[in-house]
Write a protein that binds this ligand. Structure first.
Ligand SMILES: [Zn+2]
Length: 126
């Protein structure tokens, strides 16, 4: 017997509302691929909430890169806002790439470990 809940009108309304806000019927986290619409959030890579450019991330990855943004160098009063925005955007992308690279190492190492488990065991010499 399945433990999966049957969607109610209310849960379907929440889902459609969320998908509408995210702007897609197939949301995915840009760094891990999670596609559960309930945990997908909009992230502003240049750290400005009013910027139109957003990337969809799962809640976990969103928290990680948002925390990393707090360590980006600040702009000073009177600085060039365009260059500051582009600089923050590039650092934001680098933060997301860092997560992706970390996962690529994990996946690659896991696949190699599984490949090695399939190798025939050496015969014992007596
Ligand atoms: Zn994710």
């Amino acid at each position: 017997m399945s433990k999966r809940k049957i969607p109610t009108d209310e849960s379907e309304r929440r889902k459609q509302s969320r998908l509408h806000k995210l702007g897609t019927n197939t949301p995915h986290c840009a760094t891990c691929g999670n596609s559960d619409w309930r945990v997908i959030e909009e992230h502003h890579p240049d750290s400005r909430k009013r910027d139109k450019l957003v990337v969809l991330l799962c809640a976990n990855d969103h928290r990680i890169v948002t925390d990393e943004q707090k360590d980006h160098p600040p702009g000073v009063d009177g600085c060039d806002p365009f260059l500051l925005s582009v600089g923050n955007f590039l650092l934001g992308l680098a933060d997301m790439f860092a997560i992706i690279i970390e996962r690529l190492y994990e996946f690659g190492e896991t696949l190699i470990a599984r490949a090695n488990e399939c190798a025939p065991k050496p015969e014992r010499r007596t």
